[in-house]
Design a protein around this ligand. Structure first.
Ligand code: INI
Length: 157
């Protein structure tokens, strides 16, 4: 019989850093609410979380790198909202934030959940921040729990 490794959705005892970009904060505040709700409902303890705010999504990777390298947090949840404007600026911010967060998680081995909305319109972002399409902050926090517990299981073998 093959062994199956699949991380539990448990936040019990986990030290979590949530990084929220303030740009489009009417959306990212809701993503943060969703992420905290997911952690609290899966056995997390508020005294084990920190919340770190960055100016925009572009700055998320640097904050994530610092937190991951500190060794104080077992998992990071990055939350932001990049919404298309009238210029190509949006593409650069979305690409660099995405690349940077992927680099941090692969270079440090600390799971970084990707709670970054990249949307064409404000309506699309609203729909993904606690309305018609759920809350991507909640989903990202669940992914963070699953990956952290999966990595612990894989280490134990
Ligand atoms: N930052 C975002 O988080 N979302 C956006 O939609 C956005 N747009 O489109 O401009 C954005 N720009 C700011 C950027 O993240 C940096 O904070 C800024 O360029 C300073 O470095």
């Amino acid at each position: 019989m093959s062994r199956i490794f699949e991380g539990q959705l448990s936040a019990t005892g986990l030290k979590v850093a949530l990084i929220q970009s303030r740009f489009n904060s009417f959306i990212t505040d809701r993503l943060l609410d969703g992420a905290l709700d997911a952690l609290n409902r899966h056995g997390g303890d508020k005294s084990n979380y920190i919340i770190v705010k960055t100016p925009g999504a572009f700055e998320l990777p640097l904050a994530a790198k610092k937190l991951a390298e500190s060794g104080r947090y077992e998992v990071l949840v990055a939350l932001g909202a990049v919404i298309r404007g009238l210029t190509p600026h949006f593409n650069y911010v979305a690409t660099e934030a995405t690349k940077g967060l992927a680099q941090v998680t692969l270079n440090t081995g600390v799971p970084v959940a990707f709670g970054l909305l990249i949307c064409d319109t404000i309506e699309q972002a609203v729909e993904r921040a606690g309305t018609k399409n759920g809350n991507k902050g909640f989903d990202a926090a669940l992914t963070a729990l699953e990956m952290t517990n999966l990595l612990y299981d894989l280490e134990r073998g």
